[in-house]
Design a protein around this ligand. Structure first.
Ligand code: ADE
Length: 346
C-alpha cells in the first residue's frame, strides 16, 4: 500500500527505533512514565532518568504510595516539575478511582492529571493497541509539512485541523508501529532545522518539500515581548555549605528547593542580619542570569554571601544547608542549578 501510513510503517521496520527502554512492553505504567518524561525532554536525556525512576518505583502502587519529595528528587534535573507532581497524582488516581488498573480508553486516560489528548492516545496505542491519533511535537511537524498546514499550531483552529489530518491517516493495522514511525521520523529525519528530505519515505508527496519551504512549517510561535520580573537570589555560604529553602507546595516552582530571594536593591548585610540573624564577612554580586518562563522572563541578580566564621545563622523547618556538590542533586529549578554549579567550580 502506498498510503502515507503504509510508507511510514515500512520505513519504521528498517530505519526506526526498536530498542528504547520503554518499547517492547505493554505495561501502561511504564508507557505513561516514558511519555510524560518525553513531553518536554529529549530521548537521550530521558533514558537514565527513566531507568532510575523505575528502579525506585517499579509499579503504579509504589509511586502512589511515595512521598512527593522523593518523586521530585528523582525528577531533579529533568525540569518542568509539574510533570512529576501530576504523575504522582495520576498514580494515586489509578489506585483510588480505578482499583489499581489503568483505564484503557483514550478519553479516560486523558482524565488523569497531566495526561493530555496526545499522551493519552500514545498510552492507548502502545499499551492497549487502540486505534488513536497522536499529535506531539514530532507528529505535528511531519503532518504540518506533509500537508503544508499554514499557521501557528498553538492556535486552536490550526491545531484542530492537524488533529483531523492525524485522525484521517490512521492505518487499520499496525497502529503501534505507525505511531512510533511518526515519532521516529520527526526526531530523526523531519527535524526542525535541515530535515533530511532525501531519505524520507514521504518525500514524493510532501507539499512543503514541493514548495521548497520545509522551514516554513510548522509556523513558529509568534514572537511577543514577555513581561519582565526581577529578583535577587542569595548564595548564602557558611562553612562550605549553601542554604536552600523549600517553596510552598503550590505556585511557581512549588515544592522545589530554591535559593532565598531578597528584594532587589536591599542591602545583603542588613537583609541577612534581619532574616537569618547572620553577620556577613562578604557579599558579592554575580552577573545577571535570565530565565525564560512561558509567560514572563525572570532576571535574577545572584549575590554570593559568606557568613562570618563565628556568626550564628538560623536553620528552620523548610531550610537546609548543603554542600554545593550535594545541592545540585536536590530538586531545584534550572536557574538555581546553574548558580549552584557555578559555586562548585569556584
Ligand atoms: N517522544 C514522545 N514519545 C516517544 C516515544 N514513545 N518514543 C520516542 N520518542 C517519543
Amino acid at each position: 500500500m502506498n498510503t502515507l501510513a503504509g510508507r511510514l510503517i515500512r520505513w519504521q521496520v528498517r530505519h526506526g527505533r526498536h530498542h528504547l527502554p520503554w518499547q517492547r512492553t505493554r505495561d501502561p505504567y511504564r508507557i505513561l512514565l516514558s511519555e510524560v518524561m518525553l513531553q518536554q525532554t529529549q530521548v537521550a536525556t530521558v533514558i537514565p532518568y527513566y531507568r532510575r525512576f523505575l528502579a525506585r518505583f517499579p509499579d503504579v502502587g509504589s509511586l502512589a504510595g511515595a512521598q512527593l519529595d522523593d518523586v521530585l528528587a528523582l525528577w531533579s534535573g529533568l525540569g518542568y516539575y509539574s510533570r512529576a507532581r501530576n504523575l504522582h497524582a495520576a498514580a494515586q488516581t489509578v489506585m483510588e478511582s480505578h482499583s489499581g488498573r489503568f483505564p484503557q480508553t483514550r478519553e479516560m486516560l486523558a482524565s488523569l492529571p497531566g495526561v493530555g489528548r496526545s499522551t493519552a492516545a500514545a498510552i492507548a496505542v502502545f499499551a492497549f493497541g487502540k486505534r488513536e491519533a497522536i499529535l506531539e511535537g514530532n507528529a505535528k511537524r511531519v503532518l504540518a509539512r506533509h500537508f503544508a498546514v499554514r499557521g501557528y499550531p498553538g492556535e486552536r483552529r490550526i491545531e484542530d485541523r492537524l488533529w483531523r489530518l492525524a485522525e484521517s491517516q490512521l492505518p487499520r493495522k499496525n497502529i503501534e508501529r505507525y505511531t512510533q514511525a511518526l515519532m521516529d521520523l520527526g526526531a530523526g529525519l523531519c527535524t526542525r532545522t535541515r530535515p533530511a528530505c532525501a531519505s524520507c519515505p514521504l518525500r514524493a508527496s510532501c507539499e512543503a518539500r514541493a514548495q521548497g519551504k520545509t522551514q516554513a512549517y510548522p509556523q513558529p510561535r509568534p514572537r511577543r515581548t514577555l513581561p519582565k520580573r526581577k529578583t535577587s537570589m542569595l548564595l548564602l555560604l557558611r562553612e562550605g555549605e549553601v542554604l536552600l529553602e523549600k517553596r510552598p507546595p503550590v505556585g511557581l516552582w512549588g515544592g522545589l528547593w530554591c535559593l532565598p530571594e531578597m528584594p532587589l536593591g536591599a542591602d545583603p548585610h542588613d537583609y541577612c542580619g534581619r532574616r537569618f540573624g547572620a553577620k556577613l564577612a562578604s557579599a558579592r554580586r554575580l552577573p545577571l542570569l535570565r530565565h525564560g518562563f512561558t509567560h514572563f522572563t525572570l532576571n535574577i541578580t545572584p549575590v554570593v554571601c559568606h557568613v562570618a566564621g563565628a556568626s550564628p545563622c538560623v536553620s528552620e523547618p523548610g531550610q537546609v544547608w548543603l554542600a554545593p556538590d550535594d545541592a545540585v542533586w536536590a530538586a531545584v529549578p534550572a536557574p538555581v542549578r546553574k548558580l549552584l554549579a557555578a559555586l562548585q567550580i569556584r
